[in-house]
Every structure is written in C-alpha cells, then in structure tokens.
Design a protein around this ligand. Structure first.
Ligand code: KIV
Length: 288
C-alpha cells in the first residue's frame, strides 16, 4: 500500500495494512510536542496510554490514573495529530461498573477529547459485553491481552504471559473472542513470539505487539522508553533509540553552571532600551 502522508489513518486502513502485509507503526504520546513529532514522522497510531500514570505522572502503577487525567492528556495529542489515528486508553475502573458508565467514559474520549477510538484491557465475558456495547455505540475499540498492567495486583508483578500451555491457549482464545466482539485491532503485550504468531495468523484484524516478537502486524512502544527517558528501568523488549535522559542531564547541568558563573544570559539573549530612554530613566527621580 503506497503511503499517502496527507491521508488521515482510519480504522479500516489498519485492516487494509494487515491485508497488504504492511507493518503498522504505533507509539504512545501524552502531550502536544511529542504527538507533533510522531505525526510528522508518519507514525500510524498514537495511543494515549494509561502508561501516562507511570511515565509522566509519577504513579507506581497505572491503577490510580483517572478519566480526567486521560482526557486532559488526550486533547493536546489530538490537536497535534493531523494524520495519525489517536486512540485513548480507558483507565482502570472506567469500564468496570456498568455499560452506562463505560459508554459515558468512552464517549468522553471521542466527543470531548476528539480521539477516534479507545483501548480496553482484558477479555473476560463481562469485558466483552462492555466492548460490544461500545462498538454498538459506534466507538471503535482496540483490545489488549497478554500482560495487562491494570491487572498488576492480580499478577503480583509485570512478567511474560502465556508461557505455559494453558495460559497460551487462553491468550489465543481471548484474542479470538475480542475479534468476535468487533475490536478493530488487538494489542499483544509481553508474550512468547510463538503465541503472538498464532494469534496474528488466526485473526483478520491487526495485532499490535509490545514485547510479543516480530510476527505481529504492527509494533507499539512507550515513547519515553524508546527515547531513553524512562528513569532507569527498561523491559527487555524495549529497543532504546536515543538517550534523552543523558542529553537532558547535560543540558540542565550546563545551564546551571552558566547561570552560576554569569555566562548566561549573554548579550545575544538580552534586550536594550534606546540610549536616550536609558539615560532619562537613570537620571529620573525615584518613584514616578
Ligand atoms: O498504556 C500503554 O501505554 C499501553 C501500551 C503499552 C500498549 O497500554
């Protein structure tokens, strides 16, 4: 499929990319400047992930992230994205209480923030019913199976999922059920590549992998991880494409030294009065 840089990426286009064997490229973003860079670079899908909580807001897990925080961060991403498909991540407990509450929360991403889809973690029967009602309300949904970080208290720690036969079969079944429910794509997180390959071969909708090997239809990473602004811990599946934390440390250290030594601001960073105004100002009386 020839890439048209001006054409907005849509949900059906992702399916067409899978059919054409063209990889889908996705990243997370939580603000305007990063979303603008990703959009300019031709990233297909920008996820405003609830990883926001850990990456930007300093929470220990994604559990505390609220709907208001997600909407606040989705708005600038939507403003920046002229081409990419922006998907908002439904935070913990925004899709657990009732169909009404789930619809009300998901519709905020679409109506208030301007996202063009939402992502929901998990595939339990109740979750599938919620997903079906979102799709029935014309809200495109992306599924998410394997390691689902909102299940952290259940899992104990972030670890590879689907290693044992029963677990692997469950991931495959969950992904198939999500497709039946009508999702437009499924995120496969942190699982053996053999499992992701089977899912990818069985589904007609695209799979987007994170720590799920090379056979997925697309890949997603957390932006701050792949540019090295992650605070020290990087999962094995992340490739670091830059070391922004080192760059930022260097810049901030140089600024501190310059301010302390008086080297900043220099003449080139300063404004001047016209000489006669400066003279009058200096010789004028105090006060008025
Ligand atoms: O919250 C997030 O960023 C995610 C991606 C890692 C898929 O769910």
């Amino acid at each position: 499929m020839a890439e048209n840089k001006n054409l907005r990426v849509t949900v059906p286009m992702l399916r067409a990319k899978k059919e054409a064997g063209e990889k889908i490229v996705a990243l997370t973003a939580y603000d305007f400047p990063v979303a603008r860079i990703l959009d300019d670079a031709g990233i297909d899908l920008i996820l405003v992930g609830d990883s926001l909580g850990m990456v930007v807001l300093g929470y220990e897990t994604t559990i505390p992230v609220t709907m208001d925080e997600m909407i606040h961060h989705t708005k600038p991403v939507v403003r920046a994205a002229r081409r990419a498909l922006v998907v908002g991540d439904m935070p913990y407990f925004s899709f657990h209480l009732s169909e009404e509450a789930t619809l009300a929360n998901a519709s905020r991403f679409i109506k208030e923030a301007g996202a063009r889809g939402v992502k929901v973690e998990g595939a339990s029967p109740r979750r599938l019913r919620m997903i079906e009602s979102l799709i029935e309300a014309e809200i495109p949904v992306m599924g998410h199976v394997g390691l689902t970080p909102q299940s952290i208290h259940h899992l104990g720690r972030f670890k590879v999922q689907g290693v044992e036969l029963a677990e692997a079969k469950k991931i495959i079944r969950d992904a198939e059920n999500l497709e039946k429910a009508g999702v437009f794509a499924v995120v496969l997180e942190c699982m053996p590549q053999e499992v992701a390959r089977i899912v990818t071969e069985r589904l007609a909708v695209p799979t987007i992998g994170i720590g799920a090997g090379p056979h997925c239809d697309g890949q997603i990473l957390v932006f701050h991880d792949m540019v090295g602004c992650e605070g020290g811990y990087l999962p094995k599946f992340v490739k670091k494409y830059a070391d922004l934390e080192a760059t930022f440390h260097k810049a901030v250290g140089a600024y501190k030294d310059d301010v302390r030594s008086g080297a900043f601001p220099g003449e080139e960073h300063s404004y001047h009065l016209k000489p006669e105004v400066a003279r009058a100002l200096r010789s004028g009386k105090r006060g008025r």
